[in-house]
Design a protein around this ligand. Structure first.
Ligand code: ATP
Length: 452
């Protein structure tokens, strides 16, 4: 801390402050996030996650990490200063005047490249929204705020069944399904839609109407002057079934829109397309010769998923022990039954102002915003009842809900190996990739927090 001069406070977040700082040795400005470390070990772990994940990301479209350290029960993360503000503020400055197509495509390409980088590392952002996407003074877009991000397969990460900002959350999350790479795609679709229209795709006057719109994937079409490819892309990104949404690789390399994005992708970043025959050949070979062997090996390593109530309904642990695996759960085409059932019986939950992207500033009203919210029951019933008195503007805040399995004492969560998930899949099928993550972030912590 002593080696930096604090120039000003940039803003206040849920966990602490963001400061503009300058090292005493040079003139470069950095952002230093000062995060209060909660006393409980679990909370401390999640507060450190941002530092750990950010330190693993080196990409022109991701806010760069400089260092992190702890001091006086605070965690400090020093990162690149993006002086061009965030996309939400940038859109508000437009005062209703739409961005040119060229700007939309360039920014969207850049945020997609950043997303591809994290997805390739098996990390999910989980809170992509215009407020968490920054602009440099050269007009480059960078993904930031990895405070909610999750390196999957860590037991803690898997136990968090809901995280995100309601206005950007995909239907499967309201349906209590695991977060996956396609959930990030949905949120990215929301940001793209905002760039195209300066409005949120799922504007609503109540929580009930917001969630219904999201679960049905109903939105006002993009303005007609925009190219057909963008209309088509938005339609695909807002498919209610995550399996039908394109992966970030598909968007950048083989989707109809990729033709329009190519000119904004630097040569070295162009996603490489493997010939189909090669992919199939490798998949078959893998299945026949290596499948069981690798499954056995990984069972002792990183393919241990925390069992959740929902998963237990679907695959009992005894089935797994016997190697008798039920087919992987398929996503329903219809809007979430769970949510619809709840909503049928629910009153109008709140009817605040029509939500627009302006709404985010009023998040302090209603629910307290001092800390990220943490609840111990499954959404959406619990979530909706908690939100009953909350104004809709709180739907722009980030929430984390922890699911707890009451049958299993803390620290002794049941684990099982999901053999089915070991099978290689094509890019389009790649809906849940949490199984491949070999990320032990306790180890990572030791590496990045050595001497301070
Ligand atoms: N790298 C950055 N460059 C420029 N401004 C930043 C950077 N990171 C954060 N900010 C700004 O600092 C302020 C506080 O950010 P912070 O991420 O701490 O909280 P938040 O995003 O406002 O809220 P939350 O913690 O709920 O996500 C915001 O106005 C944000 O735009």
């Amino acid at each position: 801390m002593d080696q930096y001069t604090v120039l000003k406070v940039i803003g206040e977040g849920s966990f602490g402050r963001a400061l503009l700082v300058q090292p005493k040795t040079d003139q470069i400005k950095w952002v230093m996030k000062e995060i209060r470390l909660p006393k409980a070990e679990g909370g401390m772990a999640s507060a450190r996650m941002e530092a750990v994940l950010l330190s693993r990301m080196k990409h022109p479209n991701i806010v760069a990490f400089r260092e992190s350290f702890e001091d006086d029960s605070h965690l400090y993360i020093v990162m690149e200063f993006c002086s061009g503000s965030d996309l939400l503020q940038r859109m508000q400055h437009q005062k209703g005047s739409l961005f040119p197509e060229d700007v939309i495509l360039r920014w969207f390409t850049q945020m997609s490249l950043g997303t591809m980088h994290i997805h390739d590392k098996r990390v999910l952002h989980r809170d992509l929204k215009s407020k968490n996407i920054f602009l440099t003074d050269h007009g480059t877009v960078k993904l930031g705020d990895f405070g909610s991000a999750c390196a999957l397969n860590s037991a803690k990460g898997y136990a968090q069944t809901y995280v995100g900002t309601p206005y950007y959350v995909s239907p499967e999350i309201w349906d209590n399904q695991p977060y996956n790479n396609k959930s990030d795609i949905w949120s990215l679709g929301c940001v793209l839609y905002e760039l195209c229209t300066l409005r949120h795709p799922f504007e609503a006057r109540s929580w009930k109407s917001l969630i219904l719109k999201v679960c049905r994937g109903t939105y006002t079409p993009l303005p007609s002057h925009l190219p057909y490819e963008l209309h088509y892309l938005i339609k695909q990104m807002f498919k209610t079934n995550p399996r039908d949404r394109p992966s970030i690789h598909t968007i950048l390399s083989s989707h109809r829109v990729s033709r329009l994005l190519q000119k904004y992708i630097p040569e070295e970043e162009l996603p490489k397309k493997e010939p189909k025959e090669l992919v199939e050949k490798r998949a078959n070979q893998w299945r026949k010769e290596e499948g069981e062997k690798v499954a056995m090996f990984l069972a002792q390593k990183s393919l241990l998923n925390t069992s959740t109530a929902e998963d237990t309904n679907f695959r009992t642990s005894s089935e797994n022990r016997m190697g008798n695996i039920a087919p992987r759960k398929r996503w329903n085409k219809e809007p979430s039954n769970t949510v619809l059932q709840v909503l049928r019986n629910a009153d109008i939950i709140s009817s605040g102002d029509t939500a627009t992207t302006q709404g985010s500033d009023s998040t302090k009203v209603g629910l307290q915003k001092q800390e990220r919210k943490q609840w111990d029951k499954d959404p959406p019933e619990r979530l909706l009842s908690l939100l009953e008195k909350a104004p809709l503007s709180t739907a722009f805040s980030t929430y984390i809900i922890h699911r707890q399995n009451n049958d299993v004492p803390d620290g002794l969560e049941e684990v099982y190996t999901d053999h089915y998930r070991l099978e290689p899949r094509s890019d389009d099928e790649d809906t849940d990739f949490e199984e491949d993550c070999h990320f032990d972030w306790q180890d990572e912590l030791e590496k990045i927090l050595p001497t301070h």
